[in-house]
Write a protein that binds this ligand. Structure first.
Ligand SMILES: C[S@@+](CC[C@H](N)C(=O)[O-])C[C@H]1O[C@@H](n2cnc3c(N)ncnc32)[C@H](O)[C@@H]1O
Length: 209
């Protein structure tokens, strides 16, 4: 889908539904936080959450003392919701509206310590889109920096938010990450969404060599 249509698809999703009723809403982000803790990052580490939406992960990272956070998304409505909820804590976060597949801002960022993606990569069904995503990730992460990728696993749903998804296991992600990254940790996780349905995820933590 081209940027404009995709943007309105996601803006629409965030505008018509309260954050805590969205199908991907987590009331705590423990699986991500567990992996982030494994990275032993200093509190001033730069953490980029791509396709952040209105996630509580940002609130949880601020509560842990992290102060150099970047939340990016194609949907400005999502980021406005996040900013509003964070209130005065929003000054600890840089908000970037950008399309991961057609980046004009992220591709000019200073190198980062951690890339975090939950439930974004799986929307990129075309190999060209996947290549663009991994090229950006590899360019932005500092040597010895980390990437966390959490996406629907091979037992996962075929669609999310009305869009088809491409599912992964840890080996498929290892292949995409290539020889410059080491798989440090991985697990499968069953997420229960606000309406009680379950979604199967694979969580992976990679370190750049
Ligand atoms: C299923 S939601 C997950 C949101 C958040 N990561 C979370 O765990 O709550 C997918 C998010 O990816 C964003 N997104 C989808 N396609 C994108 C793209 N091409 N570039 C940037 N963000 C995108 C959507 O706007 C949405 O916020």
């Amino acid at each position: 889908m081209e940027t404009l249509n995709l943007k309105s698809h996601w803006n629409n999703a965030y505008n018509k539904t309260d954050t805590d009723k969205l199908g991907w809403y987590e009331n705590n982000c423990k699986p991500s936080i567990d992996l982030i803790k494994q990275c032993n990052l200093p509190k001033n580490a730069s953490i980029l959450n791509v396709g952040a939406g209105a996630t509580l992960l940002i609130d949880e990272l601020i509560a842990l003392g992290f102060s150099n956070l970047i939340a990016s998304d194609i949907s400005e409505s999502a980021l406005e919701k996040l900013k509003k909820r964070l209130s005065e804590n929003s000054n600890k976060v840089k908000f970037i509206v950008d399309d991961l597949n057609n980046s004009t801002v992220l591709n000019n960022l200073e190198p980062i310590d951690l890339w975090h993606d939950r439930a974004v990569l799986h929307f990129f069904n075309e190999s060209k889109e996947q290549d663009t995503y991994f090229k950006l990730l590899k360019k932005l992460i500092k040597p010895k920096g980390y990437a966390i990728i959490a996406v629907f696993n091979l037992d996962g749903a075929m669609k999310c938010c009305g869009l088809p998804v491409h599912r992964y296991d840890k080996s498929m992600l290892e292949e995409k990450m290539g020889d410059d990254f080491l798989l440090v940790s991985n697990f499968n996780h069953t997420f229960t969404n606000p309406s009680g349905a379950t979604r199967e995820y694979v969580y992976t933590l990679f370190q750049k060599k």
